[in-house]
Design a protein around this ligand. Structure first.
Ligand SMILES: CC(C)=CCC/C(C)=C/CC/C(C)=C/CC/C(C)=C/[C@@H]1[C@@H](COP(=O)(O)OP(=O)(O)O)[C@]1(C)CC/C=C(\C)CC/C=C(\C)CCC=C(C)C
Length: 401
């Protein structure tokens, strides 16, 4: 069954949450979207079957934050993180004072360095951030750089030397960023960015580090739900980190949760696509990021994968995996359309460009063992104006209500 991050509506899910206790009063702060987020989360919380009721009681960083019984899926736990982050969209409580005077010059240099790193590693994305306001743009660059540095710890040239202890230290540095005590220049840029956008929460950053820990400890995923948790941690978190910076369109009438859920969906879709593109490469490193139970049902063994056998079973299995990734892209579209207009271009670019990789896997006859699905430069370039045009369209919710 496809798992597409729908709202909590089914009686089964409601029953799952009923035990979690009575709703708490949540205090929300200013801002139009904040009010809408607050109203919507509070309204949901008022019906005691909704997961929002237990967010307040949640231990801050644990994925078991909902005192969940074994039957609560990771998808459900992640959904609750999303609701909590959406409720924080109202947050205007300033963090530690931002730097001024001579220190502000140092910060400018730090942000310029973040921009240069983006330009080097993600040219298209860097170009598409040019439409954003300068404050948003530099905050997004700082987040990008932190994510890239985090990823490099387990996927970079020195990854073999990264231990759980190194990730502990990285997490302590992150605490410093959020406490206004950055360790180096690039951390200082991030510290300033999160001070400027107080709705950016530490939670998704910490969850990304947890994702990196999974890469240290795990090379198999028993079910899609397990894989979903991994995708949330390493990529869905990016959406939750960046939406508070990009902002929601002033004309949008959509629930803030829809936008956050869309952001999560884009991260998950991108990561699933990445996984499907890199099956062969990962297998050569002894890793299989595919649900083992679904492989077994399809009659595909690990030996088939290590031998790179493109059989009818494999093609049919891949069709299902691609359909699932496309469903997440579809959900992401709903959120992307509601973002602030000047922030939409990089998001649509990421969505359209990454989704094309799925078409290329199909065009390669589902041989993702010996061929790397690659979007030709001309197609990539064509996606940019297309993304730009999409970004000009008003939010669907603006005309709907
Ligand atoms: C505006 C915008 C697109 C912002 C995102 C910028 C940002 C902070 C990106 C961080 C990316 C990063 C370095 C993540 C670390 C983990 C990782 C490597 C994830 C994989 C990315 C691709 O990696 P890579 O560069 O190695 O790719 P190639 O192999 O070269 O192809 C991921 C697959 C996932 C990245 C996830 C996103 C870009 C999520 C984007 C979601 C949003 C920005 C939310 C949009 C909001 C709505 C409402 C839809």
């Amino acid at each position: 069954m496809l798992s597409t991050g729908r709202a909590v509506t089914s009686p089964a899910r409601a029953a799952q949450h009923r035990f979690m206790g009575a709703p708490r009063t949540v205090v929300f702060l200013a801002g139009d979207h904040g009010k809408r987020a607050a109203a919507s989360v509070a309204a949901r919380a008022a019906g005691s079957s909704h997961p929002a009721v237990c967010l307040e009681a949640a231990a801050p960083w644990s994925m078991d934050c909902v005192a969940a019984p074994a039957t609560v899926s990771h998808e459900e736990s992640v959904r609750q993180v999303v609701l909590k982050q959406a409720a924080l969209a109202a947050s205007t409580t300033p963090r530690k004072a931002r730097l001024a005077g001579r220190d502000a010059g140092v910060l400018d240099a730090a942000f310029a360095r973040c921009g240069a790193v983006c330009k080097e590693y993600a040219k298209t994305f860097y170009l598409a951030t040019q439409l954003m306001t300068p404050e948003r743009r530099r905050a997004i660059w700082a987040i990008y750089v932190w994510c890239r540095r985090t990823d490099e710890l387990v996927d970079g040239p020195n990854a073999a030397h990264t231990s759980a202890l190194a990730l502990d230290r990285w997490e302590s540095r992150l605490d410093g960023v959020f406490a206004g005590r950055p360790y180096d220049m690039l951390d200082a840029a991030l510290a300033d960015a999160v001070a400027a956008f107080p709705a950016v929460d530490e939670r998704p950053f910490r969850d990304m580090v947890q994702g990196m820990r999974m890469d240290l400890a795990k090379s198999r995923y028993a079910t899609f739900d397990e894989l979903y948790l991994y995708c949330y941690r390493v990529a869905g978190t990016v959406g939750l980190m960046t939406v508070p910076v990009m902002g929601v369109s002033p004309g949008s009438q959509a629930d803030v949760e829809t936008v956050y859920a869309g952001a999560l969906a884009l991260g998950v879709a991108n990561q699933l696509t990445n996984i499907l593109r890199d099956v062969g490469e990962d297998a050569r490193r002894g890793r299989i990021y595919l649900p083992q139970n679904e492989l077994a049902t399809a009659g595909i063994s690990e030996a088939d994968i290590f031998a790179g056998r493109v059989t009818d079973e494999w093609r049919s299995f891949m069709k299902g995996q691609i359909a699932r990734a496309r469903a997440y892209f579809q959900q992401a579209e709903q959120g992307a359309a509601e973002l602030n207009q000047e922030s939409r271009w990089p998001v649509w670019a990421s969505l359209l460009l990454y989704r094309q990789i799925l078409d290329e896997i199909e065009a390669n006859g589902y041989d993702n063992f010996s061929k790397r699905a690659y979007v030709p430069k001309a197609k990539k370039l064509a996606a940019l104006p297309k993304a730009y045009l999409r970004s000009l369209m008003p939010p669907p919710s603006q005309t709907r209500r």
